[in-house]
Structure formats: C-alpha cells, structure tokens
Design a protein around this ligand. Structure first.
Ligand SMILES: *Cc1c(COP(=O)(O)O)cnc(C)c1O
Length: 350
C-alpha cells in the first residue's frame, strides 16, 4: 500500500517550503546577549498578541513550562494539576527534579479541572504542611481528548486563584487550537482573556503550528526576567536561535487560521469512527484536533488494530485500549475518509 496517513501526533508536522525559506533568510545574532533580531521580534510579537509585558523563546514547551513552575514556586510547594497533565504525567518527574516542587494530581472530567475540585485542594498560605504554590491548567487538554476549558470556567478559576493570591500557569502547548475553538462561538475573543491576571502561559510551535522546534513563555517583565535565569540554568539559552524563531513567526502568521481545518477533519473522522461496531468515540470531547477511540474488546484488540492499520499506511497512537488520532496539516479530509475505511475494514476482519 503506497498511501500513508500520519495521525499519531501533530508533532510529525514538517516545515513547508515557505517556512524553510523564512528559516534560510532569517536575520540572526547572539540571542544570549539579546542581539538576535528574529528572536526579539518573535518575543515582542507574542507578548503583544497576549497583551502581556514580555515573552521568552525556549527550545521546548517542556522547558518553558518547567521554568514557569520553578519561578512561581519555592521547593516543596505543591502544584495543583490535572492527573494526566503534561507537566506532571508526561515529563518524567521533571517538576520534582528541576524545581523541587510536588504535584498534587487532581481528577477531572475529560481533562478539564472543575473550579470546585481546585477550591477543595487549595491549602492556604498559612498551612505549613503542604502549601499550594501554583495552579496549572492545560488548554487544550491532551489526554482529556483535545478538550477546551470553557471561558466561564477559566474566569471562575482565575477569580478563585486571585482570591487565594495564587498564580496560574497555562500549559498552552495547543492554546491556538483552543483559541480557534472559542472563535466558533465568539469571533471577537481576545487571546489575553485566556490568561490569568497573575500567571503565565507556555506555547509550543512544533505541534499543529508546524515549526521544527521552539516554544514561548509569556508573562510580566519581572517573571520573564526570572524565567530567563532558569532557562540558562537548564542550558536552554541559545545563540543564533533566530533561525528557529523565524520558523515560529512564520507559523504564527500562516498556520494559526488553518487549525480550523484540522478541527473540521477531526470531527468528520470522529463521526466516521463512531459508526464502526466495536469502537466507542466520546464525540463531545472532539473539540479540536484529537479523536480518542476506545476499542471495546480491550488492549489486545487495540494493538492488533494498530497493526492492521499499519498495513494500510494509517498510523495512530496506541495507549492501551484507547487509540489516539490527531489531525494536522499532514492529513486532509480524504485521508480521514481513508482512515475510517481502513478502520472499518480491519474491525470487520477481526
Ligand atoms: C507537547 C506538549 C508539551 C511539551 O512540548 P515540547 O515542545 O514537546 O517540549 C507540553 N504540554 C502539552 C500539553 C503538550 O502537548
């Protein structure tokens, strides 16, 4: 089979010809001295976009998020985070290792923390035993299904955090996906509304935005100055990083609007897969570019299905009895139709 369709992750996206030209033509300098014009342009662009004082370019969103945690919290403080949150569940314990903080993993429906869950977990500053230092929200929630925090829930949580004088960090690796989702019902939604008054956001350019690498951390100037120290401590202060900043700028200018296509494709894919016997798809969680599919027979059948799909060139990610399909610029609507047909064929072949 010649045909192939990559649904494992939006991190497989590759720079297109325009992005490669932007990388080639980038004006660069020594970013460690603040003299790389492309890095500076990216940082100013991102800070202005979110209406905040400053931004900082990072090699990865993992490093950006962990740096944020290290700035907001003292060692031994507690970070409230959803139990499958990336900063806790997918980053090999780096929270404990880098900042000496401890995660308090909280249950949530489809990855979206309820304000009441957070309210019950917050230990007041005067509590000497396990002091809460930070709330982390992942928007969109990867493991939750690419789900989005409703704007009213965000507001509620930001108010709660404000009452307790707690900062909030938004793990916004896919915040632009969330933004496109909000724009369906409110085209005028401001990116700044997705951030708390006291807090920060990390963004990833190498997911659906298609850049080869890079991330940004956004916040107030004092916070960013401290984050720059942590970035250096972690070995993330680069020199001619402008080549990668140019790719990120290109992504911001060309690949944000098109995320709606990925979301449309994910909905079509989900609807198709939901009609296949032996599979369960929680259609209400398909809000952005992910489709999680439960194989009712269990993990053995799921593993076999992945193998069968591989023979048709369709690649999905296996998480036990769940499979994950992610839409990105790598797949179009015909690839989604092709994937649905391949899954239907495999499931009927048993
Ligand atoms: C991918 C991802 C990250 C980390 O991004 P990298 O740039 O790969 O380090 C953080 N949080 C979430 C939710 C992610 O999906």
């Amino acid at each position: 089979m010649d045909r192939s369709a990559e649904f494992r992750s939006d991190t497989f996206t590759l720079p297109d010809a325009g992005m490669r030209r932007a990388i080639y033509a980038a004006e660069v300098g020594n970013a460690a001295y603040g003299e790389d014009p492309s890095v500076t342009e990216l940082e100013l662009t991102v800070a202005e976009y979110f209406g905040r004082e400053a931004a900082l370019f990072f090699p990865s969103a993992t490093m950006a998020g962990q740096s944020a945690i290290a700035v907001w919290c003292k060692p031994a403080e507690v970070v409230l985070i959803e139990q499958y949150g990336h900063n806790f569940y997918f980053e090999t314990g780096s929270m404990a290792f880098i900042s000496g903080t401890q995660a308090q993993p909280l249950p949530a429906e489809n990855g979206i923390l309820a304000p009441a869950t957070l309210a019950a977990a917050i230990r007041h500053v005067e509590n000497p035993h396990a002091r809460t230092g930070l709330i982390v929200l992942e928007n969109t929630s990867n493991y939750g299904g690419g789900t989005v925090y409703p704007l009213a829930t965000l507001k509620h949580i930001f108010n709660l955090a404000g009452t307790h004088e707690l900062p909030v960090h938004i793990d916004g690796a896919r915040l632009f996906n969330a933004l496109q989702h909000y724009r369906l019902s409110d085209p005028a939604v401001r990116p700044g509304a997705l951030l708390p008054a006291t807090g920060s956001v990390s963004l990833c350019f190498s997911k659906g935005l298609g850049a080869p690498m890079g991330a940004a951390l956004v916040g107030d100037a004092d916070f960013i100055a401290e984050a720059a120290r942590v970035r250096t401590l972690l070995g993330g202060t680069l020199r001619q990083a402008g080549f990668m900043a140019a790719a990120a700028l290109y992504a911001l200018r060309h690949n944000v609007e098109r995320l709606v296509e990925d979301h449309r494709n994910a909905r079509a894919l989900a609807a198709g897969l939901a009609g296949i016997d032996g599979l369960a798809v929680a259609l209400d969680t398909v809000q952005t570019n992910m489709v999680y599919v439960e194989v009712e027979e269990g993990a053995g059948r799921a593993a076999r299905l992945i193998e069968q799909l591989g023979e048709s060139g369709v690649r999905a990610w296996n998480l036990g009895r769940r499979l994950r399909f992610v839409t990105s610029m790598l797949v179009d609507n015909t690839d989604c139709d092709y994937a649905v047909a391949a899954v239907a064929k495999a499931m009927s072949a048993a």
